[in-house]
Design a protein around this ligand. Structure first.
Ligand SMILES: [Zn+2]
Length: 439
């Protein structure tokens, strides 16, 4: 396919796009993008500084409302330290900048892995479970959270009492060896917030905090692959704000281990076998040809994506290494810096999904690590259902035009570490090194 088959502008301005991997068709119709982004959050409420840290169950004064923690990252002076399996008695001894906790309601439950794949807790996890339950505070915490979960599931207090403590605790194995984790950031609101609209989004973190957030998420991803041997892939995503599917307006990422590659990975693997290096030819070359490059540093490139239903920013690693947990930390930081800068340029009031795409586990075919940031600003209409042609309200070029001045301003103010922006970028013919150049 030629560059214009992925993206072409019709005489009156309609932009017809084809997704480079799925082949999905997306049109942007002139004029529709001029509508406002559709940001209508709840009316801001004044907030007492004393309430900053108790606004939701992810806030750091409410550690006991979430299941037992797997690990946390703390900052001591200028140093970051990762603590594993903090006991209930010690939860409030330090403040977690980021913590990894099991999701209370897993997409795939412990029972899914146990009953379908014979999964049992590995010795380390079993020991952590036993240790946590061996103290009164730990036992009480697990009982309280598991009872709360049963109550939300529809059981009455009498039914829960009838189960008995032993049974309630036996149902809590997913809290220790489950395959659905949440990585939660410390802040709910920015430090100097005066009302509830001043949320601490990914873009409000410092460059260093965002790097630690990314590295810590990768360590959680790696742990899931190690503890659940039958996991073929871990879906990593960040839903920001209710329109994007978030339950709390408190920054967090989710990691879900699955026993398949997932449809989009399968399609990418098939295309890569047919056309090695296709992320260079099908993604990067059309993006360069159509001037959609947003930013570049030594280890990553950001582009305005094409062929997406929602306006989508794509950040791609240029590392020859495919698996993020095997990359040099400096390469991970390069990805983090562009993702952070683009969240900052997007703004905290835009609902978004951040979706990680990394090669599925134990696959020999190379695929680059990349991250999509999708702005959830348009809604599906009957036209899409009837034609299978999606209408995106902001074309890739319009998305770029929105973002470039904001990136420049953020760079000038030293808020982001973004490298080169827009036309400053110097990109080679095969900028992604995950696969040997073909032809
Ligand atoms: Zn919160």
């Amino acid at each position: 396919m030629t560059n214009s088959e992925f993206l072409r502008v019709m005489s009156e301005g309609t932009v017809k796009q084809r997704h480079p991997i799925s082949g999905n068709e997306v049109w942007t119709v002139p004029g529709r993008g001029n509508r406002p982004l559709g940001i209508t959050g709840p009316a801001p409420q004044p907030v007492d500084p004393a309430e900053h840290d108790r606004l939701c169950a992810f806030c750091h004064t409410r550690y006991l409302e979430t299941p037992p923690e797997k690990s946390r990252l703390v900052r001591e002076g200028g140093q970051w330290r990762q603590l594993e399996g903090v006991r209930a008695e010690e939860l409030f001894d330090t403040v977690a900048e980021f913590r990894c906790i099991p999701n209370l309601f897993e997409i795939l439950s412990y029972d899914y892995w146990h009953l379908n794949h014979g999964y049992e807790l590995d010795p380390t996890t079993a020991a952590r479970r036993a240790g946590y339950l061996s103290t009164p505070a730990g036992r009480e915490h697990v009982l309280a959270v598991q009872k709360g979960k049963l109550r939300i599931s529809g059981l009455s207090d009498a039914e829960i009492e009838a189960l008995g403590e032993k049974e309630v605790i036996s149902r809590a194995s997913g809290f220790f060896g489950g395959g659905h984790d949440v990585v939660v950031a410390r802040r709910h609101l920015v430090d100097d917030a005066t009302d509830t609209s001043q949320l601490a989004s990914a873009g409000t973190l410092t460059v260093e905090e965002h790097r630690q957030y990314t590295r810590f998420t990768i360590s959680a991803l790696q742990r899931l692959l190690e503890t659940i041997p039958r996991a073929r892939h871990v879906a990593v995503f960040q839903n920001w704000l209710t329109p994007a599917g978030a339950s709390f307006d408190h920054l967090h990422k989710q990691l879900v281990a699955i026993d398949e590659y997932g449809g989009s990975n399968q399609r990418a693997l098939t295309r890569e076998i047919q056309q090695p290096g296709m992320f260079n030819t099908r993604v990067m070359q059309p993006a360069i040809h159509h001037h959609l490059v947003l930013a570049q540093n030594d280890h990553a490139i950001a582009i305005a994506g094409f062929g997406h239903r929602y306006p989508t920013i794509k950040v791609l690693s240029t590392s020859p290494v495919c698996d993020p947990w095997l990359m040099d930390p400096i390469e991970v930081d390069g990805m983090s810096d562009l993702v952070h800068a683009l969240h900052a340029a997007t703004g905290a009031d835009v609902a978004s999904n951040e979706e990680w795409h990394q090669r599925p586990h134990r696959v020999g075919i190379p695929l680059p690590w990349y991250i999509n940031i999708k702005w959830r600003v348009s809604t599906l209409a009957g036209f899409e259902g009837a034609t299978k042609i999606n209408v995106n309200t902001i074309s890739p070029a319009a998305l770029k035009d929105l973002l470039i001045p904001r990136l420049r301003e953020l760079r000038d103010r030293n808020i982001v570490s973004v490298g080169l922006i827009g036309d400053e970028c110097r990109i080679s013919q095969h900028p992604l090194r995950y696969s040997r150049p073909q032809g």
